[in-house]
Design a protein around this ligand. Sequence first.
Ligand SMILES: [Zn+2]
Ligand SMILES: [Zn+2]
Length: 380
Amino acid sequence: MFAVGMLREKTGVHAFEIPKPEIKQPDEMLIRVKEVGVDGTDTNMLKHNLQDIAEDHNEIVMGHEMVGVVEAVGSGVKSLTSGDTVVMTVRRGCGICQPCLHDQSDMCMTGLYTERGIHKRDGFLTEFVVDQEQYVVKVPSGLERLAVFTEPLSIAEKAIEQIRVIQSRLPWGCTHPEHAFLAPQWGRCKTALVIGAGPLGLGATALLRLSEVHTYVSDILPEDSPKVHLVKHMEANYIDAREKTPEEMVRLCCNPTGNLDIIIEAAGAAATAIQLINYMSRSSIYVMTGIPREEIPMQVDAAQLVRQIVRYNQVVVGSVNSNRSHFELALRDMPKIDSRFGGMLQETMTHRFRVSDYQQAFALSDPKHIKTVIEIEPWD
Ligand SMILES: [Zn+2]
Ligand SMILES: [Zn+2]
């Protein structure tokens, strides 16, 4: 069967043949891939020729955002059956550390994990894949056409979960008992700044707005960009970062009491990311999710930075990958996003290609682009 990915000792993206995988263990299943999403990780792999190929392979199949349909299940599979629409998680645990042994390989302690389509394990840009039941999540009926966005949304779900869990140290943040960080209505009377209006920033914005967080989103885009349209459609405020210093941006976002509760970095803009720490509010949290690639040396006043983080009880935290629970949260929230911000998820998927046009899909350069979806096998 065909596959699309990277070949050792060649640059760029290529099509090649691989054997069709087979069910070998009772808890495995065979899945027919329907759609694969492309994101910045994929394009960065190609741009910087980041070949993370397993030692005994000469190729890696790309693609880590997918939706598919179960074709056949092993004798031990309990939760899924042939014909079910499914999505798959990306990371496969090290099998050694406690987080990996408890379905939390996103928090792996050894770094010995693999990732489908990214790190030493074949991804989903192919016709069929086999994997274990624990990595496959059922898509509720009616969400089939949106489900390729589950993985990116799961990354945002994890970031927001980190914020809520860590900030539950502040139960008195507001006097209203239903506004505590772990309460269902947690977002009311809280303010957030999201850096970057790409798929991850837009997903985070959707989740913040669903929880009624007063949200600002910054990017370096003109007001008539489709990303800015989506930001405003979700009743978030857009800030053109080309016209504002980090200090001015934060000042704009502060609530009437002068605080900015949450910053989420989803652009991988390293210099701005570090500068923004200087303007964090007291007891606030800053989650970094973007991964910068280039070297960006800069000068900082280290004493000022440390003094402020200590004196103001601030939290700067990184958040990467996501586990099964975040996929389940994403699938739970998807219909809410779709009904509240009608069509937002569909509008995010701006470009669709048949898999035979994979070269075009990866070479795309369009100012109106947000997310590319590659169709392996169209829905009926
Ligand atoms: Zn581990
Ligand atoms: Zn409140």
